[in-house]
Design a protein around this ligand. Sequence first.
Ligand code: C2E
Ligand code: MG
Ligand code: MG
Length: 532
Amino acid sequence: MLRTLGGCRPVLMVDALTSHIATRLEKMAQKIIQLQTRKDPQLTIEKLMGRVQELEDTQQRVEASAADTVAMAEDLLIARNEAQTAQNEAETALKKAQEYEQTIREMALQDPLTGLANRNEFQRRLENALKLARREGNFVALMLLDLDHFKEVNDSFGHPVGDGLLKFVSVQLAKATRETDTVARLGGDEFAVIMPNVNDLTRVALVAERIIRDLSQPVTLSGSMVQSGTSIGIGLYPRDGKDIEGLFKTTDQALYEAKREGRDRYRFFDEAINEKSKAERILENDLRLAIVRDEFLLHYQPQFLATNNDIIGVEALIRWQHPTRGLVAPGDFIDAAEHSGLMCDIGRKVISAVCEQGNAWEEAGLPPFQLAANVSPQQFREDEFVPMVKNILDQTGFDPKRLELEITESVMMENVDQAIEKLNCLRELGISLSIDDFGTGYSSLAYLKQFPIQKLKIDQSFTQNLTVDPKDAAIAEAVINLGKCLDVEVLAEGAETKDQIDVLVGKGCKRFQGYYYSRPVPAEDLAKLFSS
Ligand code: C2E
Ligand code: MG
Ligand code: MG
């Protein structure tokens, strides 16, 4: 009975059993009454009474065992609840233990005062950075920093101010670096920066300069005005050390040198880099002055149509009239200007000067021709580039159809959708567009057809070698045919000899720019070229 009612609660089972027995007893009683009316029922009644007794005994036993079962079930329920509570408590305790563990782990990796990586974590991250650099063939730059005058600050203003200064330093270091860099406090007033995946030493020098500049500013801490400063030693893996120990040693030596030279300085361990970095800084500084002093000027190189030797356009090429170095070619300063973020400023002046020169030549009675200006990668990437060009056109009133902008293919390929959008906007203004140094970047032919360009300029390296290297001749020919297919003009740059021009004319090229026709000349000489 219990088994068949197995799915029910024990109390329900006992109720069912009792009512079953009660029904049986009732049936028996009815049977006894029926038998009493019969003849000689005595024997049967006795039998039945015996049976009733048995049933009543069974009922008692069932009730007793059912009560036990109910009690057991209730005990089980209580035990189950207790187990659940214990499990919940255990889970909470485990969670707390995990949180403590995490805190302890963080404390083991972090400097408690500044929250920066501590020496252990620094060591681990440097190891990882070196491993990655070994695999990918990059540099890792390690900077060791030592605060200048920290002891004096501590002694004069007390430890709370000293602590405040260390926190201030950690915030400035985090600001000057990237998220992928590691800033660590190695102890006392010693800090370190790991810059993984370095492929541009200028960035390292710029970060060091920024740190020195920011930390040399006076700062108010707990009401006291404090001025510290820092010296920085810089080592590069793998050139200054093949492993952590080696790199640390040379970087420390560089730090020592920086301190010896007088504080608030950084030094690369490598003397050559030191010199180069210094030269770059000087160049950058001079460039800033050059912008203010307006030392840039433009030379113009004419472009010719081979069939009749007509001048069909000119390209503006920048020069720098340096106060001591004389006329400096763009190859010697464009990269530095790009790195230091000055190229946008310079490039804007170039486009503006080109438009003004075009107007001046028109007024002087020269026949109309296209004027091309080079656009630097940094300039083209700028959000404000198109509005800036439009603004110049509005201000100078120069005919946009006579302005051509030369952009290199690599810059266009950086972010194709954005480039197409910008180029379309420039086209809507009426400006012509050409791809400069074509063949040296990484043009995707699939994208090329989407660029709204009017001209491909064959890079001078192909023009100059095509008479000696059949492969260069084949590339030049391919570009000429590509121009035909895409319905854009093709111009060969760097044409120096009649032979080069003849070969290219034979392959269908009509437009040329190069020393064979004319070198870049000052604006005033161009009028003479027209008359000759
Ligand atoms: P580019 O735009 O490809 O300019 C052509 C360069 O080739 C010019 O060098 C020009 O003087 C030189 N060149 C022209 N014909 C010949 C030739 O027959 N033989 C040889 N060997 N060279 C020839 P430049 O003036 O030194 O300019 C170099 C590069 O500097 C330019 O290459 C251009 O990329 C950049 N540049 C010049 N001016 C500017 C500018 O205003 N803005 C920007 N962003 N870049 C400029
Ligand atoms: Mg050019
Ligand atoms: Mg070129």
